[in-house]
Design a protein around this ligand. Structure first.
Ligand SMILES: [Cu+2]
Length: 212
C-alpha cells in the first residue's frame, strides 16, 4: 500500500467512526441520588427504527427469573429455559402479552414472541414469589441499567429521540423527554426516579412463605 493510500484509508476510518460516534450516557438514580439498577431506558425515534433483536432468553434458575428486568424490541422471540430440577409454570396477565407456559422442565416447545410494546409482569403459578419484568419497546435502542445505574448507548444515528424511562418500583410514570442527536455529540444525563424500596430477590429455599 502506498503512503497516500494509507493516509486515505486512515482518514476513511476516522471519518466513518466520527459519523457513528453519537452517544448517550445516562446514570439513573433514586430520589436520594443512589444508583438505581434495573431501570429501562428507551431511545425512540420513529424515523430510526430498525429491527435488530431476534432472540432472547429469560431463564429460571434457583427459583428466580434471570434477568429480573429485561428489555426487548417488539417482535423479539423470548425463550424461557428452566434450569431447575423442579417444574415451573410461567405466565403473564399483562395486556401487552397474555400467555402461559404450562408446567415444564428444561425448555418449552416454542419461544414467546412479544409483538406489542408495553410492560409484561412475569409470574410462576407454582412459586408465587417468583417475579420478573419484560419491557417491550418499539425501538432497538433499549438498555437496562447496571449496578451503578448506568446505561450507555453508542453509534446512535442522528435524529429526534424520545427518551423514556421505567422502573418496576417507580411511584409514578416518568414523562418522556426529547433528545436531539446530531453531529456525533455525546450527551450525558443524570435522571432520577422516585422509587419504592425494592423487595429483596428471593433466595432458594424461601418457598411459598416469601412475601415481597
Ligand atoms: Cu416456578
Amino acid at each position: 500500500m502506498t503512503s497516500l493510500k494509507r493516509v486515505l484509508s486512515a482518514c476513511l476510518v476516522f471519518c466513518y467512526s466520527s459519523v457513528l460516534s453519537a452517544a448517550v450516557q445516562i446514570t439513573v438514580t433514586d430520589q436520594q441520588g443512589l444508583p438505581l439498577e434495573d431501570a429501562v431506558v428507551e431511545l425512540l425515534d420513529p424515523a430510526n427504527i430498525k429491527f435488530s433483536q431476534k432472540k432472547a432468553e429469560v431463564k429460571q434458575q434457583d427459583l428466580t427469573f434471570i434477568p429480573f428486568v429485561s428489555a426487548y424490541q417488539t417482535g423479539t422471540a423470548v425463550d424461557f429455559p428452566n434450569m431447575d430440577k423442579t417444574r415451573h409454570h410461567v405466565y403473564s396477565f399483562s395486556p401487552a402479552k397474555v400467555f402461559e407456559l404450562k408446567l415444564y422442565a428444561n425448555k418449552p416447545e416454542a419461544p414467546v414472541v412479544f409483538d406489542q410494546a408495553g410492560i409484561i409482569a412475569l409470574g410462576c403459578n407454582i412459586h408465587d414469589y417468583m417475579q420478573a419484568y419484560i419491557y417491550v419497546g418499539d425501538s432497538q435502542f433499549l438498555q437496562v441499567s447496571n449496578g451503578k445505574g448506568q446505561v450507555n448507548f453508542v453509534d446512535l444515528p442522528d435524529g429526534n429521540y424520545q427518551l423514556k424511562l421505567w422502573h418496576p418500583w417507580q411511584n409514578a410514570d416518568w414523562v418522556a423527554q426529547q433528545v436531539q442527536i446530531k453531529d456525533g455529540q455525546t450527551h450525558n444525563y443524570q435522571l432520577a426516579i422516585t422509587a419504592q424500596e425494592k423487595p429483596k430477590k428471593p433466595k432458594k429455599g424461601f418457598g411459598a412463605s416469601y412475601t415481597p
